[in-house]
Design a protein around this ligand. Structure first.
Ligand SMILES: [Fe+2]
Ligand SMILES: [Fe+2]
Length: 196
């Protein structure tokens, strides 16, 4: 909470001073450090949201991560697996863009692409059952990330709806999330300094 922190007095950004920014950026650091915790809280919003699916969307995320983890995937891959559907609550029509945006500062370009484009690769396993061309993923044939995304959906994502599977709890993945999302992989771009 920032109730006791002194506030700058500018009325527009143009009026702000270097001292203002030193003060603001210093005090914003704990807020920035709270990103992993807030992301996990958001993931928890998917608890109970099953809409007829064999498992709720939260369990699906955990099971995707569990399967990747048990298959020996690295921490970054497991993080991507855990959060790949986190956008369902706010952007159900373009959920992958939310997950990819959240993950972008913390993962490689290759993994970012995999998560951003996973829906059409997942569609290979069911689109034909809802009247959509199941091979929409072919638009990406030849792309460097094609095999990664096909493997992610084939081995983990589309497999993670088993109500009888021994899915690990979120607590198991917390250290990994806290570690990987504690700081961006590369120094923040100027536009990443967010003030509102
Ligand atoms: Fe998805
Ligand atoms: Fe999924």
């Amino acid at each position: 909470m920032s109730n006791e922190i002194r506030r700058a007095t500018f009325a527009s950004i143009e009026q702000s001073t270097a001292d203002d920014w030193a003060h603001i950026l210093q005090n914003a650091a704990p807020y920035s450090a709270g990103v992993p915790e807030r992301v996990l809280n958001h993931l928890r919003l998917l608890q109970g949201e099953h809409h007829g699916l064999p498992v709720d969307r939260y369990t699906h995320c955990l099971q995707t991560a569990t399967r990747a983890y048990r298959d020996g995937r690295d921490d970054e891959y497991v993080l991507c697996s855990l959060l790949h559907d986190i956008g369902d609550s706010l952007a159900i029509h373009n959920h992958a863009e939310i997950a990819a945006a959240i993950l972008k500062p913390y993962v490689s370009e290759r993994r970012h692409w995999m998560i951003l484009n996973h829906p059409v690769f997942e569609g290979f396993y069911f689109y034909d059952k809802v009247g959509v061309d199941r091979v929409l993923r072919e638009q990406f044939r030849g792309h460097d990330g094609f095999d990664d995304a096909a493997e992610f959906c084939g081995e983990y994502d589309q497999m993670a709806f088993d109500a009888n599977y021994d899915t690990l709890p979120l607590e198991h993945f917390m250290p990994l999330v806290m570690s990987l999302m504690s700081a961006p992989r590369v120094a923040a771009e100027p536009e990443a300094i967010s003030v509102g």
